[in-house]
Ligand binder design. Sequence first.
Ligand SMILES: Nc1ncnc2c1ncn2[C@@H]1O[C@H](COP(=O)(O)OP(=O)(O)O)[C@@H](O)[C@H]1O
Ligand SMILES: [Mg+2]
Length: 281
Amino acid sequence: MTDRTRPLATRGDSFGTPAAARVPLGDSQSAASQPETLGASTALVQVQGLSVSYGAIAALRGVSLTAAAGEAVAILGANGAGKTTLLRALSGQLAAKSGTVTLEGQPILGLRPAKIVQAGIAHVPEGRQIFGRLSVRDNLRLGAFLPSKGKLLAEDEERIYSLFPRLSERAEQIAGTMSGGEQQMLAIGRALLSRPKVLLLDEPSMGLAPIIVDQIFETLTRISREDQLTLVIVEQNARAALDLAERGYLLESGEITAEGNSATLSDSAIRAAYLGSTDPP
Ligand SMILES: Nc1ncnc2c1ncn2[C@@H]1O[C@H](COP(=O)(O)OP(=O)(O)O)[C@@H](O)[C@H]1O
Ligand SMILES: [Mg+2]
């Protein structure tokens, strides 16, 4: 399944052949149980019955969701709902208690994180987690997923700099001295360099001014459209996430309690999901 040569840089091309087009996925397991799997499109990522516990504490209980190739899906939830746990389970950093996760129909749950990156899932972690003492360019290099070891492919680097011109201006700057928004751009750029089919984003808006959030989310929209990249974005910031995403799910205390198109996901459901915790901005 791994295709180490799939291109990131795009001259009228994309982040690789859209995965769903390359590997037709029968979706046979789920057709019956996922009535809203969008028309003719097929699930690129399918999560079913995912449960994760920390010792005796159940953090995720039977979470099911899908994302089609090129689709942006938001997962909204208050602090402590289980958003980070979900993304860490999808990227192999946490073991699941039960459930299945498939990418293009291939099970990935239980694979090591590096294998999951190779399969095509990249994770932009909560709090960015860039290397603060290294330059922007060196941070990007560390994210690169390389056919030839150690070298950042020039066209991959160019693509990141064209998406985020600020990073280009600051290629030699020590990453820890940049603003929060610039660090978030760097974290996203680094993840893109693994040439993913799916980008998992953990609260990319956290701590950023609304105008910066808008800029970053516009770029994410552009990447999703131009490159057929699938986005799974977890957010407390419901407004920003639903502006970006076509569909959303609400996660409450480890369970999906509502789902729908961004336009129709009801205000009351969103309010309910946040009740009793810090309001989203
Ligand atoms: N390492 C951990 N050990 C024990 N409990 C944890 C750990 N990480 C998270 N939790 C608990 O799991 C639940 C979900 O946390 P998390 O996934 O971080 O939520 P969110 O990202 O939505 O804020 C919370 O109740 C949290 O306290
Ligand atoms: Mg979190």
